[in-house]
Design a protein around this ligand. Structure first.
Ligand SMILES: *Cc1c(COP(=O)(O)O)cnc(C)c1O
Length: 530
């Protein structure tokens, strides 16, 4: 077993999880409790009902053309009169779920956002039918401003934000990461041997990608302090003052500790950026929507920050693959590209010459789009159009939810699970107003000290290999957690996702963890007595 564990220690936490699942599932007639998955077990229903209803309306539109052909041939929707036809559809189907939401969405787009409702309806029908390439490739014209409003609401809120930003709709947040790393390399913004700072602990791909042969970047680790509610100490953030650090990649709120960065720290970064206007920031804010009045680094340092957002977690939509990359219209990336040496610029002119006659004016965000299809296939780039429709409907759903009822339900759900877990462990976690509670870290030292005192905790950390506890939990109780250290955490901990199981399951996981600690406490006492 020990040799096995040593071998398994090389695996990313996500691969290790598969080994734990095998163990947890090895006992017949026992329920496996897999809290390793970040995938939510809830999903937003109303905007999905809206999607299907929009699909039905779009089918009516399609079947108005070529009606003389009985073989199942339809045509594109027609702009003229579409708003009236939609009103008839909405009235006829008022009883159907999703129709009221959809009618409200059309009214919101027209009456609140000031967009042309016919154009919006036409674009959405065409998109949901999937009968055209995504044009413009970066994002559909009717989709981008709506998603921009949503990102402003959730990521900027009341924070003053001047100017506009561009959005690239991607196949989830992970595709966004891949595209960003690739385009930064192609455009010489990151070269092999360059240093990037990484906010730790972090979603593991951000640790693994820089090491790949493709990138070979040096990593400067910015360590969050668990004793300070997982905030970054000022001295850690000051590492960004080193001009050798080209970029800072972070997840906020973090994964796995699920703590959002304090406004003080965000403003410290903004101050550093004033002294170092060349510093590139990349913030992955997937979990921002689970916080109250969240403020992104994108709001605080807009000219230097690439914002990555994903619809996967908040809307329970991992299978939809919906993500966005946003950059301010005046940003450090375009400035850095403009400042490249002439020979490099000429090389890049060549790279992008097939898609524009003025390649030097091609923005970083449009280079991302082109590079996502190896430039040559730029004309087929972009997120599939039905995906963009669901993205728009998720966004409108959150924008129209003035009392924030969905957000309150999300928070109630995941926080109730957290309480059930700790109640059964018999330990109260330290209060942390910045904790958004999507994950929680069961810190071995902290839990065992709180349960049975410091001497026991010290003995436990000295005598057991923390990962072996995760194997014991899986084998004995069927409980699967991910190793917190695999995410770059410094203290041995198990990551519990609070998204994936029901409240009673978290109570069972709490019980299993308690039983495990108690077993070791017995050993500790009998060791003392011999
Ligand atoms: C879950 C998660 C994502 C989601 O990525 P998708 O590709 O959109 O599913 C992105 N970033 C972090 C930090 C995550 O935890």
């Amino acid at each position: 077993m020990d040799v096995e564990i040593a071998k398994l220690a090389q695996l990313s936490p996500f691969e290790l999880k598969d080994e734990l699942i095998k163990l947890a599932g090895s006992v017949e007639n026992r329920l496996m409790l897999n809290a390793g998955r970040g995938n939510p077990n809830f999903l937003a229903t109303i905007p999905r009902h809206g999607f299907w209803q929009l699909g039905l309306f779009a089918m009516r539109e399609a079947e108005r053309s070529f009606a003389y052909l009985p073989e199942g041939v339809g045509g594109l929707p027609r702009l003229v009169g579409i708003e009236d036809r939609f009103e008839i559809f909405a009235r006829e189907n008022a009883e159907e779920k999703g129709v009221n939401f959809l009618a409200g969405a059309v009214s919101y787009v027209r009456d609140h956002l000031g967009m042309d409702a016919s154009t919006f309806l036409y674009d959405m029908c065409e998109a949901v039918l999937g009968c055209n390439y995504p044009v413009p490739d970066r994002m559909l014209r009717s989709a981008e401003p709506i998603v921009a409003h949503y990102l402003r609401q959730e990521m900027v809120g009341a924070y003053p934000f001047i100017g506009e930003f561009d959005i690239f709709a991607t196949e989830g947040g992970t595709a966004a990461m891949t595209y960003i790393f690739n385009t930064m390399r192609e455009n010489r913004l990151l070269l092999p041997g360059d240093s990037i700072a990484i906010g730790m602990p972090i979603f593991t791909p951000y640790i693994e990608i820089p090491d790949l042969n493709d990138y070979r970047l040096k990593k400067v680790l910015i360590e969050a302090d668990p004793a300070q509610g997982w905030q970054y100490p000022a001295s850690e953030i000051d590492k960004l003052r080193d001009p050798a650090v080209k970029a800072f990649f972070l997840v906020n709120p973090s994964n796995p500790p699920s703590a959002r960065i304090s406004t003080k720290t965000l403003e410290q970064i903004a101050t550093i950026v004033k002294d170092r206007p060349d510093l590139i920031l990349l913030t992955d804010d997937v979990y921002g929507t689970f916080a109250d009045e969240f403020v992104s680094l994108f709001a605080v340092a807009p000219h230097n920050t690439i914002l990555v957002y994903s619809y996967s977690k908040y809307f329970g939509a991992t299978g939809w693959r919906l993500g966005t990359i946003a950059t301010h219209s005046d940003n450090v990336l375009d400035r850095a590209i403009a400042a490249l040496p002439e020979d490099v610029k000429r090389e890049l002119d060549e790279r992008y010459s097939s898609i524009t006659t003025t390649p030097r004016d091609l923005k970083f965000i449009d280079r991302l789009v082109a590079d996502s299809r190896t430039v040559a296939l730029n004309h087929t780039a972009g997120l599939s159009t039905p995906q963009q429709v669901q993205m728009v409907l998720f966004s409108l759903f959150a924008l129209m939810d003035i009392p924030n009822a969905y957000k309150a339900a999300m928070k109630r759900l995941i926080r109730g699970r957290e309480h059930a877990l700790y109640r059964e462990i018999g330990v109260t976690p330290d209060a942390n107003p910045d904790d958004v509670g999507y994950y929680t870290l069961l810190d071995l030292g902290d839990l065992s000290a709180k349960a049975f005192g410091k001497p026991f905790a010290e003995w436990l950390l000295r005598t057991v290999e923390p990962r072996s506890l995760l194997f014991e939990l899986a084998k004995d109780s069927g409980v699967v957690l991910l190793p917190g250290t695999g995410f770059g955490g410094l203290t041995p901990a198990g990551r519990v996702s609070l998204a994936n199981l029901n409240e009673t399951d978290y109570a069972k996981i709490g019980k299993a963890a308690r039983a495990l600690i108690e077993r070791y406490y017995l050993k500790f006492n009998s060791n003392k007595n011999t």
